[in-house]
Design a protein around this ligand. Sequence first.
Ligand code: GDP
Length: 136
Amino acid sequence: MERTLAIIKPDAVERGVIGAIIQRMEAADLRIREMRLVRLTKADAEGFYAVHRDKPFFDNLTDFMSSGPVVVLALEAPDVIRHWRRLMGVTDPAKAGRGTIRREYGTSIETNATHGSDAPETAAFELDFFFKAAHR
Ligand code: GDP
């Protein structure tokens, strides 16, 4: 069994598709082990996306991620990191495959509806970021 951190981003929460996205997780047998609605501060978003701090889009990205509530989830399944990223599709919704969540619900390369950890090490960091006992 493996766990990954999924986020339903502010654009998707605002558009009212939390339920639709969770339905896709459940239909794919990704088990929800933790879930919370949270409002990130700018500093929270900067900490979460620290690996991207040198990217040109860092400031926009952290503004966006702190612009409204998000839903954070710990998903569990065999090979869930890859499985969830396949369901999401690639970063840019315009390039994401038909039937993927980002293609269906994303509206730009930034406002792309969902996040998923990209490797076991990042999943461990990201799960701790939201669900470590001290952070609840
Ligand atoms: P992911 O693993 O598919 O989420 O993509 P990355 O780790 O490369 O980027 C993290 C997040 O930053 C993406 O999900 C987007 O919300 C945002 N992002 C990525 N590339 C760009 C870009 O070129 N411009 C802008 N504005 N945002 C971007």
